[in-house]
Design a protein around this ligand. Structure first.
Ligand code: OVM
Length: 402
């Protein structure tokens, strides 16, 4: 790794591996110490900066000029290292190039087209929850967290496919590739030869239905706003970011409620709280623990000179747990209304699919709240070590019908 020698100055230097698999599985203590050490900390093992306090996380994400995405949003610097795939033309790019692709994708996923998905999502959610109540005991991760997005999201994009689990595998590749060259990354990328060609095929116009988000993206190409190659890459972005994130969000929501039955009682008593309850899940068990930015000039944070071309690990989950910003951050409280949480990012790169993600979770939590009396853990849950995502491998539960 180039440019990883320590810059001059007075700042905390921390000899820790944030990608230790135990820390990836449960990063709360790591993040608490990171926030305590200072507003910006040098991680010696990898030669990058790390920030974990709300204020700095928010301001770095709000300043794309000085903290860019075009050199990659992971550990690797695209300026000096070759990316594992052609970079995303929306995630891994800065304005002004970013603005055109972002606008095209935002228009393809307009509020109107997103909201039109509600009836079908409700139907899928109700059928799925009824089936799970018949089963009684099951593993939330495959049977609910994966099952629901794998049904509704590919349909919404316009994918007409059987091997839907490949989408989970590809998401794991994309998100784990953002980490260092550790075992987690290597295991995920070992699936590339099989899954990448399949994904590329799915992104072609002729393999998409004519009524989904995919077709809407290709219509922007027909209007001259994108090339056909760009349209294919934006469909790839939907398939990269649209599944594992919501899978993780559902799993983390179920874990939160399984461990906080008082909060489940509140939601059951008033299922219209589902929307704000999911915001609290996003804050309390954020699906993405961190993304990187790269400094484009000599920048300073709280008196520390970071230097140009330096990687910064931005702790999104950490910001959401920062006691400098939140009252009782370690309390899961669905009545809190955690406006300004960082789970979906902020600024020009703020999650473009957030309306769909929120709709999926609102619909699913509403269906559960109307039907499920209790969510009981049925054995130990298992966290998955992820280089960017914080999600579960297993969450065995027993549901009882209301
Ligand atoms: C993309 C992409 C990939 C991963 C995450 C993401 C959270 C976007 O390929 O554009 O946003």
């Amino acid at each position: 790794m180039k440019n990883s020698s320590r810059p001059d100055g007075d700042y905390p230097v921390w000899d820790i591996d944030p990608y230790d698999e135990d820390i990836l599985r449960e990063p709360r203590d790591y993040f608490a110490t990171l926030r305590e050490l200072g507003p910006v900390v040098w991680i010696e093992k990898y030669g990058f900066w790390a920030i974990g306090r709300y204020e700095q996380v928010r301001s770095v994400f709000g300043d794309w000029k000085r903290f860019c995405s075009s050199r990659g949003v992971g550990v690797s610097d695209f300026k000096t290292e070759k990316p594992w795939r052609p970079p995303s033309i929306i995630l891994e790019v800065d304005p002004p190039d970013h603005s055109r692709t972002r606008n095209a994708l935002a228009r393809a996923m307009s509020p109107k087209s997103v909201l039109s998905l509600r009836p079908i999502m409700e139907q899928v959610a109700e059928t799925l929850v009824d089936r799970l109540l018949d089963t009684g005991s099951f593993d939330v991760v495959p049977d609910l967290a994966e099952a629901f997005p794998l049904k509704v999201f590919p349909d919404a994009v316009g994918l007409d496919v059987n091997n839907r689990h490949n989408l989970i595998t590809y998401g794991a590749m994309v998100f784990n590739a953002l980490g260092p060259d550790n075992r987690v990354r290597q295991k995920a990328l070992a699936n590339a030869t099989e899954v990448v060609p399949w994904i590329i095929e799915r992104c072609k116009r002729e393999n998409l239905t004519d009524n989904g988000f995919g077709a809407a993206i290709y219509r922007a190409a027909d209007e001259g706003k994108l090339t056909n190659d760009e349209a294919a890459l934006l469909v790839r972005s939907l398939l990269s970011a649209g599944i594992d994130t919501t899978v993780t969000g559902i799993g983390n929501a179920m874990l939160s409620f399984a461990h906080h039955p008082d909060q489940w009682e509140l939601l059951k008593a008033d299922p219209s709280l589902a929307k704000q309850a999911f915001e609290e899940v996003l804050r309390y068990e954020s699906p993405i623990h961190s993304f990187f930015r790269t400094t484009t000039e000599d920048v300073e944070i709280e008196g520390v000179d970071l230097g140009e071309g330096r990687k910064i690990s931005v702790g999104l989950h950490s910001a959401n747990l920062d006691p400098r910003h939140w009252v009782d951050p370690d309390t899961f409280d669905i009545l809190r209304k955690p406006t300004g949480h960082m789970a979906l990012g902020v600024g020009v790169h703020g999650c473009v699919g957030q309306m769909i993600a929120r709709l999926e979770l609102e619909v699913l939590l509403t269906a559960l709240a109307r039907r499920v009396k209790t969510i009981e853990p049925d054995g130990d849950h298992v966290w998955r070590a992820g280089n960017s995502l914080r999600g579960l491998d297993h969450l065995p539960v027993t549901l009882r019908a209301a």
